[in-house]
Structure formats: C-alpha cells, structure tokens
Write a protein of this length. Structure first.
Length: 518
C-alpha cells in the first residue's frame, strides 16, 4: 500500500465527529480489534526512512513475543529505529512483559548501570552490530528482527516477576541510583484514552511525533493514544529542522506533538505550506512551560494554534491541557487538569486561593503511589495525605487554569528576595532578536546568589549592543532584585534529549567561576 493513499481528510474537508474514547481492556485486546478491522492500514510510519508498521504486523509480532518471553519478565528495550520501537513497545505490552525503554544512544557502560538498576535479565535490540557489543552484560540479549524475536546471547535464566507493572521508567536522578517509576497498563491506557478524547482523535487523524520514544510523552501521547484512537502516527529518529514541514505535508499529518525548543526553532524557519496550515488542527507543546513569546511567534509564523500541556512520568504523562477550542486557550497556561486532581499549596500543604503561587500536588488513578527500589521494594511517592509532591511551582486563576512558574529548585534567592527565572525569561524573549533564554542564580558572597541570563540570538539577528539592550529592557520591566547582573550571549543552551533546558549544567558553569564579590 502506498502510505500516502490512506483515507485521510483532504485540506479543508470536514472531519468525522470524534466519539467519546473508551479505555481499552488491554493493549492485546485493542491490537486484536484493530488487526481484524483494519489490519493492513499503516499504524506507525517513519518520516525519514519511509518504512511503516501495520496493525496486523504488530499483532503478529506480539504473538512472537508471547511465545519467547513469559509474562512478568523485565525487558529492557534498546531500539533506535522509531517504527521498530513502536512495534516492539506494543508487542511487549501485549505480551504482558514489563518494559523498560532505554536511550539508544547510551554506551555499553551506561547500559550496564541501567540494567543493574532495573534488575532486568532480558534486553531487546534492533541492530545485530549493537547486539554483538552487548554480549558481556550478563543478560539475555534478543534481536527484534523482521524474521521475529530470537535470542543471540544468553545470560541468566532467572525470571523476575513485575507485579503487574507494564513499564519501568528511570527518573533523571542527580546523584546515585535513579528511582524507577512503575506504571501499570491500566494507568498507561487511561491517560492515553484521556489524551485521545481531549484531542478528539479519530481514525482519520495522523500525528507527527519527532520526540524521543524512550520518554513517557512519546509513548503515551504518541504511541498509545494512536492505538486507542485507531489512528496513525508519523515518528522520526529526531527533530529535523530542514525537512520538518516537508514531512508534515508529505504524510498529511493532522496534529503535531512537540516541545517548546522545537516550537522556538520552527518560529524562525520558513512557514509551512498552506495545505499543512489548513490540515493541522493543533501543535501540542509539552515537556516544559512554553514562553508566551515563543507561543505567539510560532502561531504568527505557522498559522497553527498551540495546545499547551503539562505532564510528568509519575502521572503517566498528561496532567493538564489547554482547551481544544482555540478561543478558550490562554497563552502562558497549561490549561485545566485532565483526569487528575491538582492543587496548589503553601509550605504546610494548605490549598492556596487563585492567583497565589505555591507547590503543585497531584492525586488520581494515573498517579503512582510509590517508586520501585532495589530488590523490588516500594518506596513511597505520595505524602501521608495521599498527594504526590511534584516539585513544580504554579498558580491557578479564578477559572482553574494552571500557570506553571518553574521548579522549586530553580527558585532564585537574591538576598532574601525570591523569584522564578521564568518571569525574567519572558521579558528577555519579548525581544524578537532572541530565540532562547535561560536565567539561573550564580553564587554571590553577600547576596547568596544573583541572577545571570544566557541568551541565544535568532538567525540573522544583530548582536552588537544586544546585551546592553536586554539589560535596559529588564530595567524597564522588572523590579531591581529580579534584574540580571549580566546577560551572556551563547550559541546554544544545554538541554536534554527532549529539548528540556538543563539548568544544572548552567549553574555548574556559573559556579566554576566562584562567588561574585560583594
């Protein structure tokens, strides 16, 4: 089948009404349904290679996994090819194993540490060459190939029960052994169904997700919401600026799953063809708060509305989302809670009134109760009151819309006066010459710390006098204690694979210079 000849709506054509999305009984049952009804239809498509996986093909692979790997087996998944990942991820869930998706860029030494943390005894890869390098890791290595799943290196025979856990996702712990987030299949499917219902996904939709698939966003919002809706998804090995809009047009996508860093880059590229603008219903933003300036520039440049959201691994991804109806959205807000209870509290965990900033706490069926520790011990994730402390800071308006202000650890304390970097970053990004900005607190002998800004100029921007202009802008717009002591121009800001800003790297760089004199 030519992947371009599927039954997607033409530009400007009316789309079928979205029905209320039901939570599937299991991945296996949903795969079986789709295989019977539309088995030969493309389910996941590779934007770069042009390969695809059908529902029937994924169902067959699931049967292969079921024959080879007993339910409850902890299986690490190191699969670089995006379509192969989608196929293996769904096959593993359908087979009832406990999956631990890993970064395919990880070295053998990093993999060994992760496998030890996961206490996994099986590792699935998609590259025979890579598989050869991993034979000494002491695990059973399996190759997920077109011919089926086959073992190529034998480690241990012991099997570890997963206690009903469908996915184990390591946290990005700063020191020592990272915590493991255990998610059950009902949790994953519940959030995927909420995403599909909120986004009004139908079989006529086709998403585009260039985000790393070993993260919860791409797995739940991308892979599983597509499964629940019976739609299709275009995946990519990474974000490719030069061919992004061409791929969106070629594959006739109807929605985009992106992060603020990508939206910022696309706001400076050539706008998409009119056919893309008319077909794409929204661009979803996740992973980090979206600066208002980037939101406005992207919408003005592309003609596509932005749907800002908020999520975290401990809640199986989506926590809040902006309304689908564009007139109801509020720039700068992550929207309203979706399927969870969310409150903003003070230091004594008392709920704060609208407009007051505090700590974000969660509870609900998709929110974990504990982390998985060594020897499968459960470490409490919620407080005694049953609420999960997210570490995020936010406020809510009178209608309940959530406005994230930053992480609690990012708060800058300048001589006892505290503020969030995002407030300063929004002022810097209001200058159209700036593509990205980050503000951190650097050590100061008298004040404890003071803010310093790092900015990335957009392509073609005149940088002469730019730092002085930005300092003057901050002086006009901010109270004295919030004004950066310095503005530094850099080529890029440090970030993780998802595009999320790495403030720790910036703080470490600032700290190496030593405390600023009083």
């Amino acid at each position: 089948m030519n992947v371009m000849e599927t039954s997607l709506p033409a530009p400007g054509a009316s789309r079928p009404a979205a029905a209320a999305t039901l939570i599937p009984m299991s991945v296996r049952v949903r795969l079986s349904e789709l295989s019977r009804r539309c088995g030969s239809a493309p389910a996941y498509l590779d934007a770069g290679q042009g390969t695809l996986a059908t529902w029937a093909g994924i169902s067959q692979r699931a049967a292969d996994w079921s024959r080879q790997l007993p339910p409850g087996t902890v299986v690490a998944l190191r699969v670089a090819d995006p379509v192969a990942f989608c196929r293996a991820y769904l096959a593993g869930l359908a087979a009832g194993v406990c999956l631990a998706p890993l970064d395919p860029r990880a070295t053998a030494a990093e993999l060994a540490a992760l496998l030890d943390t996961l206490e996994a005894v099986d590792l699935v890869v998609d590259d025979p060459g890579v598989a050869g390098e991993l034979r000494g890791l002491g695990v059973n290595v399996w190759l997920d190939s077109p011919a089926g799943l086959r073992q190529i290196a034998c480690g241990y025979d012991v099997r570890l029960g997963a206690h009903g856990i469908a996915a184990l996702l390591p946290t990005s712990g700063t020191t020592g052994r990272p915590k493991l987030v255990p998610l059950t299949q009902p949790q994953l499917l519940r959030v995927a169904a909420l995403v599909a219902a909120h986004h009004e996904l139908t079989p006529a939709d086709r998403g585009y997700c260039p985000l790393p698939l070993f993260h919860v966003n791409a797995q739940v919002v991308g892979v599983l919401a597509t499964l629940v809706a019976g739609s299709s998804l275009v995946v990519d090995d990474r974000f490719h600026r030069s061919r992004f809009w061409a791929s969106a047009e070629e594959f006739r996508v109807t929605w985009l799953n992106l992060v603020p860093a990508i939206l910022g880059i696309l706001s400076e590229t050539e706008p998409p063809p009119e056919t893309v603008t008319r077909r794409v219903r929204f661009a979803r933003s996740a992973s980090a708060p979206l600066p208002v300036a980037v939101h406005d520039r992207f919408e003005a440049r592309s003609g596509i509305g932005v749907l800002e959201t908020y999520g975290m691994t401990e809640a199986a991804s989506q926590i809040a989302a902006s309304p689908l109806a564009a007139p109801l959205r509020r720039a700068g807000s992550a929207g309203l809670p979706t399927g969870v209870r969310l409150r903003v509290v003070d230091g004594d965990h008392r709920e704060l009134p609208a407009g007051q900033t505090g700590a974000v706490e969660l509870r609900g069926r998709s929110v974990i109760h504990g982390y998985l520790g060594p020897r499968r011990t459960l470490l409490p994730a919620r407080g005694r009151d049953g609420w999960l402390r997210t570490g995020d800071q936010a406020y809510r308006d009178a209608q309940g819309f959530v406005y994230l202000t930053g992480r609690q650890g990012d708060l800058i304390n300048r001589g006892g006066e505290k503020f969030h970097p995002r407030e300063v970053e929004e002022v810097l990004l209001a200058d159209r010459r700036i593509r990205a900005a980050a503000v951190i607190g650097r050590p100061h002998q008298l004040l404890g710390e003071e803010p310093v800004a790092y900015v990335v100029a957009g392509p073609g921007a005149t940088t002469g006098g730019l730092s002085a202009d930005l300092l003057a802008r901050c002086e006009r717009s901010l109270s004295p204690y919030k004004r950066p002591a310095a503005v530094r121009l850099v080529a890029e800001l440090p970030s993780g694979r998802t595009g999320k800003l790495d403030r720790r790297a910036l703080r470490a760089a600032a700290a190496t210079a030593g405390p600023q004199p009083a």
